[in-house]
Design a protein around this ligand. Structure first.
Ligand code: UGA
Length: 434
């Protein structure tokens, strides 16, 4: 089989398929990335990925290429794992998917199953199938199925090898059988499977991300209520989370969601809902987005207020740049939005992240340790909850800063340790900390 596109999703899927015993060729237009992957190395930080790449590239079970002619005759199944970024107005930009199928299709001279994994607006799979059939010499013998991916960055390998569920969107018994053979190992492990049509498969993925985003914005709205009324949102989340119908996951209040998926996927769902006249859904999503955006604004304003109303010329230590811990990904990172706003307000921002490497950007100094970030800081911001930040000794850090004021944007620091060490600790939604 082939896997077209080798970023987070494609590289992990290709390695996972090899681990399931398949022979896999990964395809990408980026020749530097292909070279890295062929050497058994990962171009992204993802726990457990590199050992799998090493293991399977060394036996030849897994290879990578930039050349579509190598896969066209060789593979019966082609997975599409390309990026589907936001285009204008939040509408999904399908150009990577289109470019890939436009290159592959004219080379397809025998029957093949094209399996989409990317997150796409409902209706894309059917349109892609028509597009491929028009271009492929094998015509109607080419079929499209949709098998959305639910992996989380930082847990990509675990989620690929032991998924919560599999979704097989197909419109023929043959396509379904092929997918069942490919996933024989997780199916033997009793992984739940939903067998459905193409539209349902596309919508399942979009709604999973929309529901997760809604959960986060709900708890952040409740954090605002706790703030206004003097309650504690962490205890509230624990208590409602014990209800099995609600569950505690994705009820961590703080800076809200970012990354390459949730923000763009919900924006795309809202656009598609409007196109189809389902305005109740787009209204809901716009509220979720507004709450999420509000968290970033509120944190930046809080930092300015805590720094005496003006951060101009003040030193701000920012702990965390990745959009969440466990990854080096900074796409749509809440931490960077806050850092950017404080820089725009005139602050001297020093930022430390254990994994994320920022391209040089004006106004930011990326430093190599918490201590360097905190040196003579007027205010310290904890914006991505890396476990190592919970190990910080507040007494020792207190010696380095100019003012012992810290805003915990992720509500993960142990408040008494900081206050006992003489710090002013601010956590939105936790009573008594403002
Ligand atoms: C998300 C989904 O969780 C995956 O299931 C999905 O496959 C993936 O998008 C995708 O569509 O490819 P990911 O983007 O890796 O995965 O990140 P999440 O773990 O969902 O976190 C998203 C954001 O929400 C992060 O910024 C995180 O800090 C934030 N978050 C998460 C909260 O603010 N509170 C929480 O309780 C949980």
């Amino acid at each position: 089989m082939s896997v077209i596109g080798t970023n987070y999703l494609g590289a992990t899927h290709a390695a996972g398929m090899a681990e399931f015993g398949h022979h896999v060729i990964g395809v990408d237009i980026d020749s530097a990335r292909v070279k890295t992957l062929n050497a058994g190395q990962s171009h992204i930080f993802e726990v457990g990925l590199e050992p799998m790449l090493e293991r399977h590239t060394s036996t030849g079970r897994l290879r990578f290429t930039t050349d579509y002619t190598q896969i066209a005759d060789w593979a019966d199944v082609h997975f599409l794992a390309l990026g589907t970024p936001s285009g204008s107005g939040g509408k999904t930009d399908l150009s990577q998917l289109h470019a890939a199928v436009d290159t592959l299709a004219p080379l397809l001279t025998k029957p093949a199953l094209i399996v989409g994994k990317s997150t796409v607006p409902v209706g894309t799979a059917v349109a892609l199938e028509q597009r491929i059939r028009r271009l492929a010499p094998a015509g109607d013998e080419i079929e499209v199925a949709w098998n959305p991916e639910f992996l989380r960055e930082a847990y990509a390998v675990e989620d690929t090898m032991r998924p919560d569920r599999l979704v097989f969107g197909t419109h023929s018994a043959h396509a379904l059988r092929v997918l069942e053979e490919i996933y024989a190992i997780p199916l033997t492990d009793r992984t739940p499977v939903v067998r459905c049509d193409l539209a349902t498969a596309e919508l399942i993925k979009a709604s999973a991300n929309a529901f997760l985003a809604t959960k986060i914005s709900f708890i952040n709205a409740m954090a605002q209520m706790c703030q206004a009324a003097g309650g504690d949102v962490t205890l509230l989340a624990d208590a409602i989370g014990y209800d099995k119908r609600i569950g505690r996951d994705f009820l961590n209040a703080g800076l809200g969601f970012g990354g390459g998926c949730l923000p763009k996927d919900i924006a795309a769902l809202a656009v598609r809902a409007d196109e189809l006249g389902v305005h109740v859904l787009s209204d809901l999503i716009h509220s979720v987005e507004a709450i999420n955006e509000g968290q970033r604004t509120e944190l930046a304003e809080l930092a300015i207020a805590q720094a005496g109303g003006d951060v101009h010329g003040k030193r701000v230590a920012v702990l965390g740049a990745a959009f969440k811990p466990g990854t080096d990904d900074t796409r749509n990172s809440p931490a960077l939005t806050v850092a950017d706003r404080l820089h725009a307000a005139g602050a001297d921002v020093r930022i430390y992240d254990p994994q994320a490497r920022l391209p040089p950007r004006e106004g930011f100094t990326q430093v190599a340790s918490v201590e360097q970030a905190a040196h003579r800081a007027d205010i310290t911001l904890h914006l991505t909850e890396w476990p190592e930040f919970r190990q910080i000794d507040p007494v020792a850090l207190g010696e380095l800063v100019r003012h012992k004021v810290i805003i915990d944007g992720r509500l993960k620091l142990h408040a008494p340790s900081w206050t006992d060490a003489g710090w002013k600790l601010v956590q939105i939604g936790r009573a008594g900390t403002l």
